[in-house]
Design a protein around this ligand. Structure first.
Ligand SMILES: [Zn+2]
Ligand SMILES: [Zn+2]
Length: 268
């Protein structure tokens, strides 16, 4: 099993969009020889090249919601996923599947949507099977005006989830029951509450109620309070320690820009 995560950015929110102090390119998730790109935010195509990944291998595009730090580079990523756009008669080659919210589709041109083989409009609770892998949309409580979802990939040997941007909610722990590896968007440290997002102290009790416990928690999508020229220090290491000390999760990892990690390393 060579499944892998590549973090094309560990930053979230508008300050990192502007400064790129932490990159905002989303995540490549490679499973069963399939390359997917989740939430290709600003700079995604730059980071793919910087970290020596191959954009032409991407065949599954997932955008969890229509916020610019999650979708900005989607059109560039769709175009970059093929060596050739069309044949000599200008018949465009169709490639790839896009999973996203219905709302998101208005931000992508018909030109780019027509390059895709399949478009799946996803909402909380939906399940789509892609090459034998069950992909499920989880609940998020994020923006009152923007549709969104998290995503769970259920493979033969393990289950991996991406929380997307969300607050905690009743049923949060149950939503991730049976998940081995959770990639959690954790915008702020300690008890610095972030409207519509998560801070460490809020989420700890919910993490502890995931049954059975996660094998690995990866924290990601750090806001400017967590680490940037605006923060008093880089809070990420202290949050990893806090999560290790206060949860039943054995392995807690912080995403970094360009981090590549095999799934094998993350399973108990
Ligand atoms: Zn975000
Ligand atoms: Zn968002």
């Amino acid at each position: 099993m060579n499944d892998e995560l590549v973090f094309l950015g560990s930053g979230g929110g508008r300050h990192h969009i502007r400064t790129q102090y932490r990159a905002t390119g989303g995540i490549l998730y490679k499973f069963n020889k399939i390359q997917s790109h989740i939430d290709p935010g600003p700079g995604a195509i730059v980071r793919i090249n910087q970290y020596q990944e191959d954009p032409t291998k991407t065949e599954l595009f997932i955008v969890t919601h229509a916020h610019v730090d999650h979708y900005n580079d989607l059109s560039a990523i769709i175009e970059s996923s093929r060596e050739m756009l069309h044949d000599k008669k200008y018949n465009y080659y169709k490639k790839g599947t896009l999973i996203t919210t219905n709302e998101m589709l208005q931000y992508i041109s018909d030109y780019h949507l027509n390059m895709l083989e399949e478009i799946i409009r996803f909402k909380q609770g939906d399940i789509f099977t892609y090459n034998g892998v069950e992909i499920k949309a989880t609940k998020v409580v994020h923006s009152p005006t923007t549709e969104g979802f998290g995503v769970i990939f259920k493979l033969k040997n393990y289950t991996l989830a991406f929380s997307s941007d969300t607050m905690v909610y009743d049923g949060f722990s149950e939503e991730f029951s049976g998940v081995n590896v959770l990639v959690l968007n954790l915008l702020r440290p300690d008890s610095i509450v972030c409207k519509r997002h998560l801070c460490t102290d809020e989420v700890i009790p919910y993490l502890n109620n995931i049954d059975p416990p996660l094998d690995t928690l990866i924290i990601n999508h750090f806001g400017s309070y967590m680490d940037s020229p605006r923060s008093t220090k880089n809070y990420v290491p202290s949050q990893v320690k806090k999560l290790q000390d206060n949860t039943n999760i054995k392995n807690v990892i912080a995403a970094e820009d360009g981090l590549k990690i095999t799934i094998r390393e993350l399973l108990k």
